[in-house]
Design a protein around this ligand. Sequence first.
Ligand SMILES: Cc1ncc(COP(=O)(O)O)c(C=O)c1O
Length: 373
Amino acid sequence: MSLIAADIPLLSIKAQNQSLSAEIKEAACRVLDSGAYILGPENRAFDEEFAREIGSPFCLGVDSGTSALELALEAVGVGPGDEVIVPSFTFIATATAVSVLGAVPVFADVDETTLTLDPRSVENLIGPKTKAVVPVHLFGQPADMDPLLALARSKGLKVVEDCAQSHLAVYKGRVTGSLGELGAFSFYPTKNLGAAGDAGAVTVADADLRDRLLELRNCGRTIGATYHHARVGHNCRLDEIQAAILRVKLRHLARWTQSRRRIAALYHEGLRGLPLRLPPLGGNDTRPVFHLFTVRLERRDALAEHLRRSGVGCGVYYPIPVHLQPAYAGLKVRAALPVSERASREALSLPMFAELTDADVARVCAAVKAFLG
Ligand SMILES: Cc1ncc(COP(=O)(O)O)c(C=O)c1O
């Protein structure tokens, strides 16, 4: 099970897009009429605007979050023979981005409270082949970056943040994607900032790394040249139409993020005292963005069934930790990963999107209470 049809859906792209329908159509038609479809003015404007939001010196739009991770890891030099430490409880792209470069993902466990990379688990896995660490700000909860960055600095490792689910999340006053060497974003349509198709971006502070990424993204083309290629690269460019649509939606992202935080606070009030674990609300300087509102309980599957029968959508992210996926059957796991394995059995995501009403949240809470009460 991942998505279930319901009166109150788990998420709704339509609700968001309908409210901006005229602006989105105007943006798409502007590009169609312009005749500039690849790496044009919309891309340049989006890169600047998104970098400003994140507080990162540079941003490059790319064609998906998966490409963003792959290019970011390649740019810091990850290749055959290297190891990269990733959490096991995440979407599989975090790990496959390592594998497609010929490197080996080394699975670490996640923290019990935030379900993000546990620095203690990482420390035990660092070895002579370790090149990089990929913290994932899963479900919009910022990973505990200070100890991870300190560890990486002391061992000479690169840090690539997986920000696919954390647009505008704040860790100790800084926006995720501006903390490590690079940040990899997804704009898959259901993400907090979603395109009308596949899209992604890499944020980066260092100008040399930025230049390497510009070449890698565009067939290895030497910057400024047309048919001169400095390196072997890829075609991971972001379409102008997607960039134009993202620019429209970016203007609303802060408001949508506030709304998600308000809904999370309402869930906390409505579910207080029940025997299930809730995601942290954060504090003044660490502020999650609740891409998903994921609760945990042992009787997860029974609650999911009850919600479905009550007309409430829910979803299981993720039912199998990555180290147990058939894709990694041949890989030797180096550490016990009990929190990741338990989270896969216990996690259940409740409806979460900016347009969810207070009455919807009250109805979801009542349905959960009816089951647990
Ligand atoms: C944590 C995480 N990393 C990476 C990705 C990959 O992004 P995309 O689907 O845009 O390739 C996703 C998207 O689902 C994700 O949730």
